[in-house]
Ligand binder design. Sequence first.
Ligand code: NAP
Length: 313
Amino acid sequence: MSEDHAAKLWDLLIIGAGPAGLSAAIYAGRGGLSALVLDKLGPGGQVALNHLVENYPGFPDGVEGMKLSEEMGRQAERFGAAMEVSEVTAVEIGDGRFSLTTEQGPRQGRALIIASGCAPRELGVPGERELYQRGVSYCATCDGPLYRGKDLVVIGGGNSAIWESLFLSKIARRVTVVHRRDQLRADHAVQQQAFAQDNIEFLWSHIVTAILGEDSVQGVRVRHVATGEEREMQADGVFVAVGVVPQTAFLPEEIARNDNGFVKVNAADLATSQAGAFAAGDVREGAFRQIACAVGDGALAYRSARHYLEGAH
Ligand code: NAP
């Protein structure tokens, strides 16, 4: 199958199988375009890491992130989009086409939608990399079940940190949220759930300066942001949830990015600085990083790509 994929000139290449990429793929398939979606992990993106999504319309009782991702993937395939689990490492532009270097060989298309999303941001403290997967994690849904009855630290104050804390509080003995300010950034409704949970504690106005342990995590060192006072806290696991960074390192210079690495777009049609290339979802500058918005972006990017292809005939 991959050899066929290599020989073909696709109408549309879509990098990333999160909600933005899959939404574009559903529209492309239904619209009769040949579309290939590439993702290094398969359908999902960041959504698949959420144990429960409560704010996507149509699911009044919430829906598991993994299930939502899989259903979007199935829907895209049902309408004819091709899917490949393969990492894109480079994009070249020339002769009116986009040439991707992927783990499974070259892929070529006439238009491109970049929907590669974001990856968790590292905290950047001693012990973080050394103890990764030995007590340090960026995904509560993936690793939380390993910590039954344990004491955990979650770092961050956004939606991810608080959702992860809620999930972990059902498994762990105690969850301590270490946040650098004295109020959370997470949505009000989510905050209220966390404040009501007996085994979630908050350590306000502190940063983690080191993750401690030899072979596995034993604790963290924290510092009060105002007084500078430092102390050590025991913990069996540390979940880092301090935001995200865009996955754009594989893009060429022709596709302009801002200082933080997000792809610059024209808000009206999601066009990038390169004709024929569009960006959708969390990877684009100015996104309200929500599933509902990513899905809308995917639809808009599809429409723009379609107009581009029709104009290019
Ligand atoms: P975020 O909203 O950017 O929050 C990052 C948190 O980490 C902030 O509280 C920030 O502190 C803190 N932080 C950043 N750098 C830090 C550092 N070096 N040291 C200590 N703390 C640091 O990121 P996110 O929570 O990953 O969410 C990403 C996006 O996905 C958001 O738009 C979010 O709404 C969305 N999301 C939505 C849901 C949902 O609705 N179900 C679930 C998960 C994520 P400050 O507050 O001081 O800046």
